[in-house]
Write a protein that binds this ligand. Sequence first.
Ligand code: CA
Length: 264
Amino acid sequence: MIGVRWGAATDTGKVRSRNEDAFLAEPPLFVVADGMGGHQDGAVASRIAVDTLRGLLDQPTVTPSEVPRLIQAANDAIRGQARVDPTRPGMGTTVVGMVLVTPKGRRPFWLAFNIGDSRLYQVHRDALSQISVDHSYVQELVLAGVIAPDEARFHPERAVITRALGSHEEAEADFWVFPATAGTRLLLCSDGLSGELDDAAITAALAAEPDPVLAAGLLVSRANEAGGRDNITVVVVDVCHQPSTGAQNADADSTDADSTDAVR
Ligand code: CA
């Protein structure tokens, strides 16, 4: 049997006044969304994304074709919300996530998806690799060979993303499928983490805490120590041969309804 141990944490950071990130950690589904837009719009958009994707859990087993359908439904809902008040355009959100699919008689696998610059990383045998590909201006510069990957984190236009949920009529997500292998650790995060910590710092924090709940808290602390210039959200998922367990913690000013400490 394949299960997961998970931990999640979100924090407003040290500069922003509100937390506009949202996350969902309910096995087999894990999602991080980073909202954007004026007023409270970012928080509204990221919440719509997470709540719509939660629909995947309505069925006893996950149907992979439901994932793109729900991503499009979230896109439509965000655009519908933005139309309610046309003086507040620009509402949108990134979304990165993964769902564990366990087909009968076949090996379980992850179906991962991404729009924007929130990230999915995998740690296998102590090596960190980014599975998702950022939809960002700096990522395009890296791919074109204009700047080195190390320069992207410090580029003045690093926050410019090229795709977001809600920005166009069609939601353009990328998808990845990879085996769910016991012993691997997965990390979903908003750019409040990856913008503050480079790969080496993320790897070190993940290696320092075998417990995914403590690892999530440590990553948020380290991002705050590095500046905490943006909202920080992390979900750490360990694939194991045990029934699923996990816990989440969130700062008190989060609007997340699940933000009180909870252990399940
Ligand atoms: Ca952000």
